[in-house]
Design a protein around this ligand. Structure first.
Ligand code: PMP
Length: 385
C-alpha cells in the first residue's frame, strides 16, 4: 500500500481502528437476488438489507419498468436549480404530496443530504434543535452544520426532554424537535403522540425521519407518522430502503419547501439524481402500489412471527419492528459471531462504533419480505450455541 508522506496521523489512526476491532472494509458482494447475497461465488442469506420489501433485486420489476419507459436519461449533469430537472421530478414530488397529504415535497439526492440540508438551513443563530441521542449521523451532522444550538435528550426519555424544554425553550426563537420514527439500529419506535404533545406545549416544530418506516410500517405506505401526519411539520425519508430505489425527500408546508429550495446547500449545490431513477421510484409508487402493499403485508407477517419466536425463546428485545439488534458487546466478539454465522451461510455484518454507542456492538438483523422464519430460528440457534 502506498503511504502519503508526512501524514503519520493517517497511519496512526488506521492502526488505532485496527487494534480496537473498528477497522471497516467494503465487502466483496458480487450480486444480490431475492434475499441472498453472492460473495466469492457462494450464496448467503442476507439479513443485512434495508430493501425491506425486496424490491431492488426483483428482475421482473426492472424488466417491466424498462419495457414501459425506454426514453429516460442516465444523468441530469446539473443541479435542479440550473438544468438538472425534468418533468419526472415534478411528477414524483406530486406523488409524494398526495401520498402524504402535504402542501409541498422536495427530492434530495440522499437521505443524508436531506437531513443535513433541512436542519442546517432551518436552524439559524438564536434557534435550537432538540434531538434524540440515538438519531442518525445525518441528523447529527445537520446540527453540527447549523448555526443554532443543539441539545440532545436521552433516547426516548421524554420526561428529560420536557425538563430541558421547560428550562431552555424560551432562550430561543425557533425550536425543532427531531426524531427518527423507527430507530435504525434498535428497531424501537418513538412515541410520536408524546412528541406532538410537547411540540404543541412548547411551541416547537417537529421533524420525523421515516427512513426505516416509509413503505415498511404504519398504515398505508407513508410510514409510522401516517397516524398523525398533520401534526408533524416536516417528514423526511429515503427511497434507498423499502422502496428499493435511490434518493430521498422531505414533505412539509409549501413555505418550508420554498425555503429549502432557496437555502438548503446540499440541495442547491449538488447534481440531481438521474431521471431514470426518479421515474423508477415514481413508477413503483404509482403503478406498483398494489405490489408494494402485498410485499409490505409479507414483511408484517414475517416480523410478527419473528417477534413471537423471540418471545417463545424468552429473548427480550427493544425492537418493535423488522430491525432486530442482537447486542454482543465488544467489537472482537461481534466480529467473531458474525464470521461464524457467515460460515453457516448467513450474512449479518458486525455493527460497531461510531455507528452505535461504545460497548453496544451488535448484529443488526433486518428482516425483509423475502426472509424466512426458519433462517432466523437457525441464526438464533447458532448465536445461542
Ligand atoms: N436517516 C436514517 C434514519 C437512516 O438510517 C439513513 C440511512 N442509513 C439515512 C437517514 C440516510 O439515507 P440515505 O442512505 O438515503 O442517505
Amino acid at each position: 500500500m502506498i503511504r502519503i508522506k508526512h501524514l503519520k496521523s493517517i497511519e496512526e489512526d488506521l492502526n488505532i481502528l485496527k487494534n480496537s476491532g473498528q477497522f471497516r472494509q467494503i465487502p466483496d458482494i458480487e450480486y444480490k437476488i431475492d434475499g441472498k447475497v453472492i460473495i466469492n461465488g457462494k450464496e448467503y442469506v442476507n439479513f443485512a438489507s434495508n430493501d425491506y420489501l425486496g424490491i431492488s433485486t426483483k428482475q421482473f420489476l426492472t424488466d417491466e419498468f424498462l419495457s414501459t419507459s425506454p426514453k429516460y436519461q442516465f444523468s441530469t449533469a446539473s443541479a435542479r436549480l440550473l438544468s438538472g430537472t425534468t418533468i419526472e421530478f415534478k411528477e414524483l414530488e406530486n406523488t409524494l404530496k398526495h401520498l402524504f397529504n402535504k402542501e409541498g415535497a422536495l427530492i434530495f439526492n440522499t437521505g443524508y443530504q436531506c437531513n443535513l440540508g433541512v436542519i442546517s438551513s432551518l436552524i439559524k443563530k438564536g434557534d435550537a434543535v432538540f434531538s434524540d441521542k440515538l438519531n442518525h449521523a445525518s441528523i447529527i451532522d445537520g446540527m453540527r452544520l447549523a448555526e443554532g444550538d443543539f441539545i440532545r435528550y436521552k433516547h426516548f426519555d421524554y420526561e428529560q426532554l420536557e425538563k430541558i424544554l421547560q428550562a431552555k425553550r424560551n432562550n430561543y426563537n425557533k425550536a425543532l424537535i427531531v426524531t427518527e420514527s423507527v430507530f435504525s439500529m434498535d428497531g424501537d419506535i418513538a412515541n410520536l403522540d408524546k412528541l406532538i404533545e410537547l411540540k404543541k406545549k412548547y411551541n416547537c416544530l417537529l421533524m420525523v425521519d421515516e427512513a426505516h418506516a416509509f413503505c415498511a410500517l404504519g398504515k398505508g405506505l407513508t410510514g409510522y407518522s401516517s397516524y398523525n401526519n398533520k401534526d408533524i411539520d416536516i417528514i423526511t425519508a429515503t427511497f434507498g430502503k423499502a422502496v428499493g430505489s435511490f434518493g430521498a425527500f422531505c414533505v412539509s408546508t409549501g413555505e418550508v419547501i420554498d425555503y429549502l429550495i432557496n437555502k438548503a446547500r446540499s440541495f442547491i449545490f449538488s447534481t440531481s439524481i438521474p431521471p431514470i431513477n426518479i421515474a423508477w421510484t415514481n413508477w413503483l409508487l404509482t403503478e406498483k402500489l398494489g405490489y408494494l402493499k402485498e410485499r409490505k403485508q409479507n414483511l408484517e407477517n414475517i416480523t410478527e412471527n419473528t417477534h413471537k419466536l423471540l418471545a417463545q425463546r424468552g429473548i427480550n428485545t427493544v425492537s418493535e419492528s423488522q430491525i432486530i439488534p442482537i447486542i454482543t458487546g465488544s467489537n472482537e466478539r461481534t466480529l467473531k459471531v458474525s464470521e461464524n454465522l457467515r460460515a453457516y451461510g448467513y450474512y449479518i455484518p458486525a455493527i460497531r462504533p461510531p455507528t452505535v454507542p461504545e460497548g453496544t456492538s451488535r448484529l443488526r438483523i433486518s428482516l425483509t419480505a423475502d426472509s424466512k422464519l426458519e433462517d432466523f430460528a437457525k441464526v438464533l440457534d447458532l448465536i445461542q450455541e
